[in-house]
Design a protein around this ligand. Structure first.
Ligand code: BDP
Length: 646
């Protein structure tokens, strides 16, 4: 029958794409407690010292990791997670470039040590930028790149001397080079008339403060020696049957017995299997829907994986539960489809940024931001300009906030950053990103870069390789890269599924001339669509507004000017969204810190909320619009169709 054939095709597709997602050889499952796994958060106060020696290398030369940090010099308290920059009154620490040293001693439950069948894993949620980690003076791992997690098994090391507490030392260096992501350069100023001896600065090509330190939780967690290393799910549905194609990879033993159970929200088993890979069929499936597109958004099942194994010494049992949302994503020439229904992105661009803690993970801030996004009627955001904390993506899964997941490929402006070493690192970062985020239903698209100098000749091959690689890693999600409004910078456009354009008409171009917006924005859309016939998202637009600054007629930097820019853009969006424009993301959700410069008054003021999350006038314009769009484009039942204040 036709339906049977369609079902067969679905299943074949699921098998094919899952094999691609499995190209990665190890997992990076989010650490979760279970009946077989314990977890110890190391958030709180750490011991800290910045290495202010002229070459910033004294810590390595004198092996600071070998003993307590307090024994080799002065130390201060440093909270983790947090950027270290804004914690003290010392401007040399705020603007520090080089290695900083963190240390923490931890006592673990005795059975973690005595039980040889237990793995103890040290996990750093993220640290910016290069990190080296020692346990009791022995190096256990290093990692290049902020914004993504890394871990090391440290059980055997701890067992060497079970009587002493475990001393964890982490050195972090925020120096950027032409081959890091984002790139940067160190410039030595050698003119003795102008600069002190040995003076240098770091140049960056992106517009946010280069906050540094341990930005996300550090923790220890245990698993049995034989354990669930990774799970990959790819979902689909036909009529009211859902399919969860999954693959579990096990480490530590050649064979293990598995039991995989999919539970609904109420804890009822809806499908199960005893295989390491297969397809779970869910009758009367409850799909994962975006916020404002359905009365019950963000529906999550829980996939419980239960492993049993044995060797000559012992038996092992591991349990891991993964939240699973069943949904599909497709792109046509003119539309973005979620569960086969057109989805219009009405959302924001964000930053991980706030007073005092900088880019450190902060639960009150995260929850406040979600409340603000829901108040605004935003159904989506882009993780400009780097991967956000997993804790944030989990909130998105649960609340149905759709995510464009961006890697830290921002500020690629120098031709040397298109070389082989840069590309190799960029590919590694995409691997790490896909490995970490592949199972989030909220993540619907990968963004490989923001506003690179893609007019340069090597960019064509660079982006072809990068985008093809990303699609091979994950054929289930579209890929984009973000361009500015310069049409010459389109070298990546032939390979992407969706074109994302940032433009600042009447701001960086024709400053003060609001009247140019309609004509220039219209031309922008017509040109990009005319050339590529791909759907377009306005991935950034906006204007700085210093809160409380007013003028009518509007002048730049006032709240009225920001309003006027928004309104003009919205007029054109309303024409084009009937055709091929599939979304609009305001720049920016909130004001954020940047490097100091003559165009920035204590940071970037393009937020519609202040850095303290209070609304400017523009927030109310956007709120009215987003709720109107939700009522028009979402598929809300009639009784929910009114702008509610949450
Ligand atoms: C865009 C960048 C963004 C900046 C913004 C601005 O993508 O990072 O913050 O301009 O200048 O081009 O406000």
């Amino acid at each position: 029958s036709l339906r049977g054939e369609a079902l067969m095709l679905r299943l074949l597709w699921l098998f094919a794409v899952l094999d691609a997602v499995l190209l990665l050889d190890t997992g990076m499952l989010f650490p979760r407690e279970s009946s077989s796994r314990e977890l110890k958060e190391l958030s709180g106060l750490w011991v800290f010292r910045a290495d202010k020696s002229p070459n910033r290398n004294q810590g390595f030369e004198r092996a600071w990791y070998k003993s307590r940090l307090a024994e080799t010099g002065p130390v201060i308290d440093m909270p983790v997670p947090a950027s270290y920059n804004d914690i003290t009154q010392d401007s040399t620490l705020r603007d520090f470039i080089g290695w900083v040293w963190y240390e923490r001693e931890v006592v673990v439950p005795a059975r973690w040590i005595t039980d040889e069948g237990t793995r103890v894993v040290l996990r750093v949620g993220s640290a910016h930028y290069n990190s080296v980690v020692w346990v009791n003076g022995e190096k256990v791992t290093e990692h290049a790149g902020g914004h993504l997690p890394f871990e090391a098994e440290i059980g055997s090391l701890m067992r060497k001397d079970p009587t002493r507490p475990c001393r964890i030392t982490i050195a972090v260096n925020n120096t950027l080079t032409l081959e890091t992501l984002p790139p940067g350069t160190i410039q030595h100023m050698n003119d003795p008339i102008k600069y002190p001896d040995g003076y240098f600065v770091q140049n960056i090509y992106f517009d946010f403060f280069n906050y540094a330190g341990i930005h996300r939780p550090v923790l220890l967690y245990t698993t049995p020696k034989v354990y669930v290393d990774d799970i990959t799910v790819v979902t689909d549905f036909l009529d009211n049957t859902g399919f969860v194609r999954y693959q579990v990879s096990v480490k530590g033993a050649a064979t293990a017995t598995l039991k995989v159970t999919l539970m609904d929200k109420d804890g009822h088993c809806v499908a199960s299997s005893n295989e390491a890979s297969g397809v779970l069929k869910v009758v009367d499936v409850k799909l994962w829907w975006p916020y404002l597109m359905h009365e019950n958004p963000g529906y999550l099942y829980s996939m419980e994986v239960h492993l049993m194994a044995a060797d000559e010494r012992s038996t092992y049992e591991d349990v891991y539960a993964l939240p699973v949302g069943i949904r599909t994503v497709k792109v046509t020439n003119t539309q973005f489809l979620i569960n086969n229904k057109p989805f219009y992105f009405h959302g924001v661009n964000k930053h991980e940024d706030s007073d005092i803690r900088g880019k450190g993970l902060d639960w009150p801030l995260i929850v406040k931001d979600f409340n603000l996004m829901k108040w605004l009627g935003a159904n989506s955001f882009r993780t400009s300009h780097y991967p956000y904390a997993e804790e944030i993506l989990q909130m998105c899964d649960r609340h149905g906030i759709v995510v464009i997941d961006e890697c830290p490929g921002v500020g690629i402006k120098d031709i040397r950053s298109f070389g082989n070493a840069s590309l190799a690192h960029h590919l590694d970062v995409m691997d790490e990103l896909v490995r970490r985020d592949k199972n989030h239903p909220s993540v619907v698209m990968w963004s490989v870069a923001n506003e690179p100098a893609a007019e340069m000749q090597p960019a064509a091959l660079y982006f072809k390789t990068l985008i093809t690689h990303t699609k091979a890693l994950d054929p289930t999600r579209p890929v984009t890269f973000i361009t500015d409004s310069n049409y010459a910078r389109d070298k990546g456009a032939p390979y992407v599924d969706v074109i994302c354009v940032n433009s600042y008409f009447s701001w960086y171009h024709d400053p003060g001339h609001l009247e140019v917006i309609p004509i220039q924005l219209n031309a922008q859309f017509e040109n990009w669509y005319g050339k590529y016939q791909k759907p377009i998202i306005q991935s950034e637009y906006g204007a700085d507004a210093v809160p409380g600054l007013h003028s009518d007629p509007p002048m730049m930097f006032t709240e009225e000017y920001q309003n006027a820019v928004l309104r003009s853009y919205h007029d054109i969006f309303d024409q084009k969204r009937k055709q091929y424009v599939i979304g609009e993301l305001i720049w920016n959700f909130a004001d954020f810190m940047t490097a100091q410069g003559i165009t920035r008054v204590v940071g970037n003021k393009k937020g519609i909320f202040t850095r303290q999350r209070q609304p400017k006038a523009g927030a109310f314009i956007l709120k009215e619009r987003y709720w109107r769009l939700a009522n028009e484009t979402g598929r809300l039942p009639p009784w929910t169709k009114y702008p509610c204040s949450l």
